[in-house]
Design a protein around this ligand. Structure first.
Ligand SMILES: NC(=O)c1ccc[n+]([C@@H]2O[C@H](COP(=O)([O-])OP(=O)(O)OC[C@H]3O[C@@H](n4cnc5c(N)ncnc54)[C@H](OP(=O)(O)O)[C@@H]3O)[C@@H](O)[C@H]2O)c1
Length: 349
């Protein structure tokens, strides 16, 4: 059933995995109302456990309650009709589950005129999927580098709160739109680092460059992210993928930028050997800086756990975007094919 009263601006999460639980738990801890839409199996597990547990750079235990939950709880449900009317729905499913999840929400959610959606997925495909399902105007660009991982015991290991970026998809005005400003205020009140960049497309493409490099190297080799950045050979492989992705962005008219932990503009403008020297010195991903969590990229986590990976949402999509604008993408294509060969979701039946 749709909620009866409009709850403008309230944030809700779809997908009760690493990111969904992390965002919902932090919002609830700050006393804000938050709804988390889970699959029936995970809803049952969350109800049995009674709490969402975040560990690592934060230690948070938040009770769950049937949505809409009282203040200080995460309201959990498996019914998209329980999502707040006029609220903001952030999708935190894997890319390969996004279309189905979005269609289910579209069919049951009373978003109203003020409701909007954003996608936290890696890759450039998610905003097209959301625009096809909800319409272009309903989509706010979103990027997060919060680092989380589901543990078998049910807790979410948080290696970093990173930063979350929100912005309207057009080049847009210099100031954030009212709906983006409201969401930023809510996330900030939950102690989630957040920014409204002048052009979210620059962040989206810069994150895509980093994801192509990190996933491309660490997933194929099944190694941790710090292991990549300790090895000059692997840093060179990373930079090759970053440069190819940045060339696609440029052909789409979007310049890459410099952001904390992914200064992509610097990487593509200075000689690679300077970046190799600079990155080899860095300790930003050492266990001491991540609350003791050994940091594996999400695609690498999935491969190690035998789960389907987002190879099509990230690599096949980039290859297609490159080919459409005539940019040569041999590295991305090679990684796409390696990863399809490793992906349990692509095994011949
Ligand atoms: N984790 C990170 O550090 C991180 C950082 C930045 C970006 N990302 C991106 O964010 C996305 C989510 O990553 P994640 O690590 O949070 O994934 P995850 O832990 O696998 O969580 C995905 C969740 O979505 C749920 N789901 C699938 N279909 C659904 C549906 N139709 N309705 C409701 N829920 C549904 C899954 O259900 P089940 O519980 O039944 O499996 C699962 O709980 C990915 O695209 C990832 O690349 C992740």
């Amino acid at each position: 059933m749709p909620s009866s009263a409009p709850t403008s601006g309230e944030l809700a999460l779809v997908g009760a995995g690493s990111l969904g639980q992390a965002f919902a738990g932090l919002l609830a801890r700050s006393g804000q109302p938050v709804t988390l839409l889970a699959t029936p199996g995970t809803l049952g597990r969350l109800r049995n456990a009674g709490t969402i547990r975040l560990r690592g750079v934060v230690t948070v235990d938040v009770p769950v309650a049937r949505a809409p939950g009282p203040a200080g709880t995460v309201g959990v449900t498996d019914d998209p009709g329980d999502l707040p009317r006029g609220g903001a729905v952030l999708f935190a499913t894997k890319g390969h589950h996004l279309r189905e999840a979005a269609a289910a929400v579209r069919a049951a959610w009373a978003g109203g005129d003020e409701g909007w959606v954003g996608g936290l997925q890696n890759g450039m495909a998610k905003d097209d999927v959301l625009a096809q399902v909800f319409g272009t105007e309903a989509v706010v660009g979103a990027v997060t580098i919060l680092g989380g991982e589901r543990r078998p015991e049910g807790e979410i290991a948080i290696a970093s709160l990173g930063c979350t970026y929100l912005g309207e998809m057009g080049a847009g005005p210099a100031e954030p739109s009212p709906r983006v400003a409201a969401a930023i205020a809510r996330l900030r009140a939950a102690a989630i680092p957040v920014e409204a960049p002048p052009d979210i497309r620059t962040v989206l493409w810069s994150k895509a460059c980093n994801a192509a490099g990190v996933f491309g190297v660490t997933s194929v080799l099944r190694i941790s992210t710090p292991r990549l950045f300790r090895d000059p050979h692997l840093i060179r492989a990373y930079l090759g993928l970053v440069r190819e992705t940045a060339a696609i962005a440029a052909a789409h008219g979007v310049p890459v930028g410099d952001y904390t932990n992914f200064p992509i503009r610097t990487y593509v403008t200075r000689p690679d050997e300077e970046t190799v020297a600079a990155l080899s010195q860095k300790a930003f991903l050492a266990p001491a800086a991540t609350g003791g969590v050994e940091s594996f990229a999400s695609m690498t986590q999935d491969l190690r756990a035998g789960r389907a990976i987002e190879v099509d949402d990230v690599f096949a999509d980039l290859v297609e975007r490159g080919e459409r604008v005539g940019v040569a993408v041999p590295r991305l294509r090679l990684v796409r094919d390696f990863l399809r060969g490793l992906d349990p979701g692509h095994q011949p039946s």
